[in-house]
Design a protein around this ligand. Structure first.
Ligand SMILES: NC(=O)C1=CN([C@@H]2O[C@H](COP(=O)(O)OP(=O)(O)OC[C@H]3O[C@@H](n4cnc5c(N)ncnc54)[C@H](OP(=O)(O)O)[C@@H]3O)[C@@H](O)[C@H]2O)[C@@H](O)CC1
Ligand SMILES: [K+]
Length: 479
């Protein structure tokens, strides 16, 4: 499990650890890891031109000590000091001893233009709000440069706790972060500014609490959660998932949701709705019912909404069922909020940013800019588990508090028509197989993302290709 902690938690853990190690030891560990990452990126250190952007806090101190290490290995290192009188004294002395130089911000453009590598030590976890004007002009200069950019701990200007970006921020190729990931490194839009992320162990692990702010499942975590049939299993014990989806206008949504559901671990898929012929033509193993959800026979979980059009009656019937329910697409619009809040069995809502915005009564951009806050807010309002889809997929558990899962497997190729229908079937099938809403949502997103990668392999794909690739993703996870 990859985990991320909020700044106040990181600060508390650092205080505990600092009390037990020699003064300055943590910064030296950070600087050593940072310098090593820079050396890896450069390939050869000797003769390279390195520019440090140095703010007034310890983030600048890290950059200066790392710069000193690179200077000792033969790099030409120049530090741009944003606040010369408040620069980290020990770091500055170390850089000077190693033969490094300093310039004022007015000299930044000339040195950055010629640099091979820029280290962004303007601000780290002590940052508040978007970059101030002097720092923002440096960010603009860096954006024009050909140099590789390494962010120290965080790209300056992004919000460490939320992943929000207010104003300008440094765009890095690599972020070297210390002790633990910060939520902003895993959630868009900030994640995009971070580039790839390398975690340097400074010994903080033992001081961090059990519950992080964010957690990203890895292969082993997913493998442990996947439902696997035992010797005594039959189709009913493995769980039956009901799919109430599709309409005369959108029969394809039903086919795709069933396609996802067949790959999600339930023992059988029951379909109700007007697209039964299309579903059976493609997937003859589906149990098709021409009754509404109430009369359709037992299921262990329902999926309602993909391509549902205006069928509010079906949505209401499904919400009244005392089994877990996944609500997607049109179902989100048609569901009565009080009916969702009043449910006793788990509910998993799977909106994309536009749908989440409509439910929250805000603009889509607001959700995209504040994904973590939006997912928690929806989960609190509806007392439902919320899987917010998009460039970063998040799953917040019912009520909105507690750890939020972030999915790291997605690919931009998944932004294709019908892809969400496959995910809803897949996650609904995992619900029917007995996973909690949080696990079904995050395992579903993980497999779906991986399947998208396998199916796409660098080229456009259709949603049916993604569904077909889920089995391969499943095998890859269990391997
Ligand atoms: N603690 C530890 O054990 C370890 C910590 N480590 C390192 O320390 C870092 C935290 O250091 P920190 O606490 O000194 O804060 P930091 O991020 O340098 O920023 C504060 C300065 O930024 C300024 N500033 C604020 N907002 C701004 C803005 N929007 N735009 C521009 N400037 C802004 C603010 O100015 P002020 O408000 O004071 O005028 C203040 O001077 C952490 O990220 C990691 O790199 C590692 O060495 C490992 C061990
Ligand atoms: K930084």
């Amino acid at each position: 499990m990859r985990t991320a902690y909020r700044v106040e938690t990181v600060r508390r853990a650092e205080r505990e650890l600092m009390a037990r190690v020699p003064e300055g030891a943590l910064m030296q560990r950070a600087a050593a890891g940072l310098a090593a990452a820079c050396a890896d990126l450069l390939g050869r250190v000797y003769g390279r031109r390195v520019v440090l952007l140095v703010g007034s806090g310890d983030n600048g101190g890290d950059a200066l000590y790392a710069g000193a290490r690179l200077a000792r290995r033969g790099a030409g290192v120049t530090a741009v000091l944003l606040a010369p009188e408040r620069t980290h004294a020990g770091g500055l002395a170390a850089l000077r001893r190693a033969g490094g130089h300093t310039v004022a911000p007015a000299g930044a453009e000339a040195v950055v233009r010629r640099a091979d590598l820029v280290l962004d030590g303007i601000v780290g976890i002590g940052g508040k709000g978007g970059l101030r004007p002097d720092a923002a002009s440096l960010a603009a200069i860096v954006a024009e440069a050909r140099a590789a950019v390494v962010a120290v701990d965080l790209p300056s200007g992004v919000d460490a706790d939320t992943g929000e970006v207010h104003g300008s921020a440094i765009r890095a190729d690599l972020t070297v972060t210390f002790g633990t990931h910060k939520p902003g490194l895993l959630v868009d839009p900030a994640r995009e500014y971070a580039g790839s992320v390398r975690l340097v162990d400074i010994g903080l692990g033992g001081e961090l609490p059990a519950e992080p702010e964010l957690a990203a499942l890895q292969h082993a975590d997913v493998a442990a959660l996947l439902p696997v049939p035992g010797g005594e299993s039959d189709k009913y014990r493995r769980g039956v998932v009901g799919i109430a989806a599709g309409s005369a206008r959108y029969p394809g949504a039903a086919v795709l949701a069933v396609a996802g559901a067949l790959r999600g671990g339930a023992g059988a898929v029951r379909y109700v709705g007007p697209a039964g012929d299309a579903v059976v033509a493609r997937f003859p193993e589906t149990l098709v019912s021409d009754q509404g959800p109430r009369q359709a026979g037992r299921v262990q979980a329902w999926v309602v909404g993909p391509g549902a059009g205006e069928d509010a009656q079906t949505v209401a019937e499904v919400l009244a069922a005392e089994v877990p329910v996944l609500i997607d697409a049109d179902g989100l619009r048609l569901a009565d909020a009080d009916a969702v809040r009043g449910r006793t069995a788990p509910t998993l809502m799977t909106p994309h940013a536009g749908e989440a915005a409509a439910l929250l009564g805000v603009a889509r951009e607001e959700v995209e800019g504040a994904r973590l806050r939006s997912a928690r807010e929806l989960a609190a309002r509806y007392r439902a588990t919320v899987l917010l889809k998009g460039s970063t997929t998040l799953v917040a558990d019912a009520g909105g508090a507690g750890v939020v899962r972030v999915n790291a497997t997605g690919t931009a190729w998944l932004a294709t028509a019908g892809s969400g229908d496959v995910l809803s079937g897949l996650a609904g099938s995992l619900l029917a197989a007995g996973l909690s809403a949080l696990d079904a949502g995050s395992v579903g997103a993980y497999l779906h993302g991986l399947a998208g990668r396998f199916a796409a392999d660098g080229a456009p794909v259709g949603a049916h290709d993604v569904a077909a690739a889920v089995a391969g993703a499943w095998r890859d996870v269990r391997r």
